[in-house]
Design a protein around this ligand. Structure first.
Ligand SMILES: C[S@@+](CC[C@H](N)C(=O)[O-])C[C@H]1O[C@@H](n2cnc3c(N)ncnc32)[C@H](O)[C@@H]1O
Length: 281
C-alpha cells in the first residue's frame, strides 16, 4: 500500500511526544559505558523540510514543534530533544525537523550503532542520502517486521527497537504484538518502544490487553491526549508502549507528560496517562 508519507505530519504534536521519549530512552542507554544498538524499523525519511509543500499543506508542525522550540526554562528531557531540533536550524528559522533516525544518530557515541529500515522508495532514498558514508548507520530498503528476524539479536546486548509504523494495515496492532513477542524472545535485554495513534480508542486498548496477557514483564504505557477521545474523527492523542524501560522512567514520565500537555494542548481538553501494563520484575 505505502500511501502514507510522514512529510505531511513531521513535527506535529505526536512527533514531539514520540521524539522526546525516544531521546530520553537513548539518553538512558548512554548512562553505561557499554555500546548499544538502536533499530528503527519504520524509519521514514530521516529529516523533513517544513517549508516543503507536504509539510505546509496542513502545517501540523505549528501545533507541535512550532509551539515549543523557542521556549526556555524547560525540563532537561525536553531540552535534550529541542537541542537536536535547534542544531538543525542554527540560523533561528524553523525549517528542518529531525525524524527518529536523525535524533537517534545524534545521540550515538562512537561505539554505538543504528540500523534503519524503510520500505517506501522515496523515503528510503532520502534516508540513504542523509546517512551516506556514515559507518555507524546501516540503511536498508526492507520490511521493518522482517528486519527484526534478520537483525536480532545484535552483537550489543543493550539497545532499543523503535516500532513506529504507518498504521495503514488493518492488522497493524496484531503485527506489533507479534513483533514485541519476537523481540522479547530474541533479545530479552533490549528495550522496545511502540508508538501508536489514538484515533478510535478501541484498537489501542485491545493491543494493550494483548500485551498484558503476553507474559512479558516490565511494560509501561504512556499517553498524551490533546483532544477529547470521543470527539469528531481525527488524531486525538497518541501513546507509547515501552517494554523493558530504563530504571525510573515512570518517575520521569510522571513529570514529563504533564509538562508536554501544558505546552502542547489547546483549550480545556487534554489528558495524560501513565500505567504499568505489566510491572517490572
Ligand atoms: C510514522 S512513519 C515513520 C516516522 C519516523 N519513525 C520518525 O519518527 O521520524 C512510518 C514509516 O513506515 C514506512 N513503512 C510502512 N510500512 C513499512 C514496512 N512494512 N517496513 C518498513 N517501513 C514501512 C512508511 O513509508 C513511513 O515512512
Amino acid at each position: 500500500m505505502l500511501s502514507y508519507r510522514h512529510a505531511f505530519h513531521a513535527g506535529n504534536f505526536a512527533d514531539v511526544f514520540k521524539h522526546v521519549l525516544l531521546a530520553h530512552l537513548i539518553g538512558a542507554l548512554r548512562c553505561k559505558d557499554k555500546p548499544f544498538r538502536v533499530l528503527d524499523s519504520h524509519a521514514g525519511a530521516g529529516r523533513y523540510d517544513l517549508h516543503s509543500a507536504p509539510a505546509r499543506k496542513n502545517r501540523e508542525f505549528m501545533d507541535g514543534i512550532g509551539r515549543l522550540w523557542r521556549r526556555s526554562g524547560l525540563s532537561p528531557q525536553l531540552d535534550e530533544y529541542l537541542n537536536r531540533v535547534r542544531a538543525l536550524n542554527p540560523d533561528g528559522v524553523l525549517r528542518w525537523y529531525p525524524g527518529s533516525p536523525r535524533i537517534a544518530r545524534d545521540l550515538l557515541r562512537p561505539g554505538d550503532r543504528l540500523v534503519l529500515t524503510e520500505l517506501h522508495p522515496t523515503d528510503h532514498a532520502s534516508l540513504r542520502a542523509e546517512f551516506a558514508g556514515d559507518r555507524q548507520v546501516a540503511v536498508h530498503h526492507a520490511d521493518g517486521y522482517a528486519a527484526l528476524k534478520a537483525f536480532l539479536p545484535p552483537p550489543a546486548r543493550r539497545g532499543l527497537v523503535l516500532l513506529d509504523p504507518a498504521y495503514e494495515l488493518r492488522d497493524e496492532f496484531d503485527r506489533l504484538a507479534e513483533a514485541v513477542r519476537l523481540i522479547h524472545h530474541r533479545w530479552a535485554g533490549g528495550s522496545v518502544a511502540v508508538w501508536y495513534p489514538i484515533l478510535d480508542r478501541a484498537p489501542s486498548l485491545r493491543f494493550q490487553r494483548t500485551l498484558r496477557e503476553s507474559g512479558i514483564p516490565g511494560i509501561l504505557c504512556a499517553e498524551l491526549g490533546l483532544y477529547p477521545y470521543d470527539g469528531p474523527p481525527g488524531l486525538h492523542g497518541c501513546g507509547m508502549i515501552i517494554v523493558n524501560p530504563p530504571w525510573r522512567l515512570d518517575e520521569t514520565l510522571n513529570r514529563l507528560l504533564p509538562e508536554l500537555l501544558r505546552w502542547l494542548h489547546v483549550g480545556d481538553a487534554g489528558q495524560t496517562r501513565l500505567e504499568w501494563l505489566v510491572p517490572a520484575p
